[in-house]
Design a protein around this ligand. Structure first.
Ligand SMILES: Nc1nc2c(c(=O)[nH]1)N[C@H]1C(S)=C(S)[C@@H](COP(=O)(O)O)O[C@H]1N2
Ligand SMILES: [Mo]
Length: 325
């Protein structure tokens, strides 16, 4: 990560390091921060959080899950899926040093009144950045709890004023073979760009965010710098990274894992312990970093909608969740 270049974050959004450290201590001591305090290594003295720039944040609407420990920064940034940098879990951290996430712009187009190019700095100045600590569940049956910093996706889409006929939003990841080793040479794991999509009501749901940081710091390249999707009630592959395009449409957009293996990975990808993947159960999950490092983590039962059923079940009322997996 020696090639990591600090981003051009507006000064108004940068917390001076000493204030940030004070805030972390504060958080760890608060009752509301009990989950943080309980996380071994989460805020441990001397931990290297120096690679991202500190961000000024406000509290999001949903408290951190009370039943889980927050995954350490080390595990969150060294165990990733980001095939543009390789298919191994440590490849994204090892191979993403050449990637240049700043400056960054992305398009919002399709069924909108005001198609536009948005600069990430605009987002960072226009909207408050919220702390959103979410349970995250990968389709491969491992999980983490990640203290994201983000902006509701709805606020971003509304900049372009979606028309009444828009029913879905399609997303695209950047294509940069010169900076993304997984996108060049032989034996590439999937077609580029990586694409994803959401129904517009899912995209507009208050839990859905575009994350620009984690642990109060800007995202590292392996986590999807400078901006990636986070939908906490869906399997991790919906969380498309390093987004360059959001297109409003009236047709269900393609998504990369479904294009590769449609019988294994659907469009909805809602976390559901009752619908097994064809090759393994989804009833439980391995908690990354719990007492056994990457491999020996504790197994816990998986919750319907990843524990967010109270907030999102109504989006799928009357739908057959086995057929719409
Ligand atoms: N562009 C892109 N986005 C991606 C992926 C990818 O390979 N490329 N992998 C997905 C998968 S399978 C998962 S589980 C999550 C992992 O996010 P994390 O590394 O931040 O935990 O990113 C998703 N987003
Ligand atoms: Mo995944």
């Amino acid at each position: 990560m020696s090639a990591y270049k600090p981003p051009h974050i507006p000064a108004s959004q940068i917390t001076p390091e000493h204030i940030y450290l004070k805030r972390r201590t504060l958080l760890a001591g608060l009752a509301a921060g009990a989950t943080f305090a309980a996380a071994p290594g989460a805020f441990a003295a001397g931990e290297d959080l120096s690679q991202g720039d500190a961000l000024k944040t406000v509290k999001g609407p949903i408290p951190a899950p009370a039943d889980r420990k927050v995954t350490s920064y080390e595990d969150i940034t060294h165990y990733n899926n980001f095939y543009e940098f390789g298919t191994g879990k440590e490849d994204p951290y090892r191979n993403s040093g050449e990637f240049q996430p700043y400056p960054w712009t992305f398009e919002i187009d399709g069924m909108v009144q005001k198609p536009q190019t948005v600069d990430i700095e605009t987002l960072l100045t226009k909207f408050p950045l919220e702390d959103r600590t979410y349970r995250m569940r990968c389709v491969e049956a491992w999980s983490m709890v990640i203290p994201w910093v983000g902006i509701p996706l709805k606020s971003i889409l509304d900049l372009a004023e979606p028309t009444g006929s828009a029913k879905y939003v399609a997303f695209q990841t950047v294509v940069r073979p010169d900076q993304m080793p997984g996108q060049r040479g032989f034996g590439q794991p999937m077609p580029w760009p990586y694409v994803e999509g959401l129904r517009l009501d899912e995209a507009n749901h208050p839990l859905t965010i575009i994350a620009v940081g984690l642990y109060g710091k800007t995202l590292l390249n392996q986590s999807g710098a400078p901006m990636r999707l986070v939908v906490p009630w869906k399997y991790g592959f919906k969380g498309i990274k390093s987004i360059v395009k959001m297109t409003l449409t009236d047709k269900q957009p393609p998504n990369s894992w479904n294009l590769l293996q449609s019988n294994e990975y659907g469009f909805y990808a809602n976390v559901n312990p009752d619908v097994p993947h064809p090759r393994w159960s989804q009833a439980s999950e391995r908690v990354i970093g719990e007492g056994g490092g990457f491999f020996g983590g504790e197994r816990i039962p998986t919750l319907m909608f990843n524990g967010y059923g109270d907030e999102v079940a109504s989006l799928y009322a009357g739908m057959d969740l086995k057929a719409n997996y």
